[in-house]
Write a protein that binds this ligand. Structure first.
Ligand SMILES: Cc1cc2nc3c(=O)[nH]c(=O)nc-3n(C[C@H](O)[C@H](O)[C@H](O)COP(=O)(O)O)c2cc1C
Length: 209
């Protein structure tokens, strides 16, 4: 079973462009597999915990020494890490808020990035422990251009994904939506999604007799 994990982080619901384009990407990828499932993780409605002293204490305690309190503190983080590890394709919807990524998306990756689980520390570097997988990031903004000087969200997210071992990253540009050309900007982002999917998967899977 191929798991297509869609992580969305807009505070908006139906109107969110990054969420709409993320779901569209997932739905376009799904037919390429005989057996697949889309998992939707909408972070704005998931009440993710922020890191606390208790959480960091549990994280820093060796696995063999953790008590039931430590295990309980890390439960959500363990669940999200397993969910991410089980995904074969990752799609992230990311609006730019105040020059950066939404706080919920940062909170999600604070739970995901754990030395010993998702990356390991070597003498001079970090090594990601996740298998690489196709990852699509839909970046939405009203004014800031993707990867411009003011975009502190995209390079940060790419760096975090690299930390845990994900490098097969494709950026879908839904930025600068405030312009008069919003329709053209969304059409270009949609075209980009189709191009990426064709490059990765070619023709959709067909049943053989
Ligand atoms: C709280 C907040 C902060 C925002 N900050 C920025 C910003 O710094 N730069 C920008 O270009 N757009 C900013 N925007 C606009 C959003 O990035 C834009 O509306 C985007 O389409 C939101 O994504 P969504 O359509 O998926 O909800 C902000 C929007 C909100 C609600």
């Amino acid at each position: 079973m191929q798991q297509i994990l869609t992580i969305t982080s807009s505070a908006r619901e139906q109107e969110s462009i990054s969420s709409q384009l993320s779901m569209m990407t997932a739905q376009e990828i799904e037919p390429y597999f005989y057996d697949s499932q889309i998992i939707q993780r909408d972070l704005s409605n998931s009440e993710l915990p922020l890191m606390t002293n208790q959480w960091v204490d549990a994280y820093y305690t060796d696995k063999s020494q953790r008590n039931s309190g430590h295990i309980a503190s890390l439960k959500r983080s363990d669940f999200l890490i397993n969910e991410l590890k089980s995904s074969s394709t990752l799609i992230i919807g990311m609006p730019i808020y105040n020059f950066g990524m939404p706080a919920v998306l940062k909170a999600y990756f604070d739970l995901i990035c754990r030395a010993g689980s998702t990356y390991k520390i070597t003498e001079n570097d970090h090594i990601g422990l996740l298998e690489d997988r196709p990852t699509y990031i839909v970046v939405a903004s009203s004014k800031i251009a993707i990867n411009s000087e003011d975009d502190n969200a995209t390079p940060h997210l790419v760096k975090i994904l690299n930390l845990i071992g994900i490098y097969d990253i494709h950026l879908i540009d839904a930025t600068q939506l405030q312009s008069k050309n919003i329709g053209k900007r969304i059409a270009a982002a949609t075209h980009q999604i189709e191009e990426f999917i064709f490059q990765h998967y070619g023709e959709p899977a067909t049943e053989t007799a």
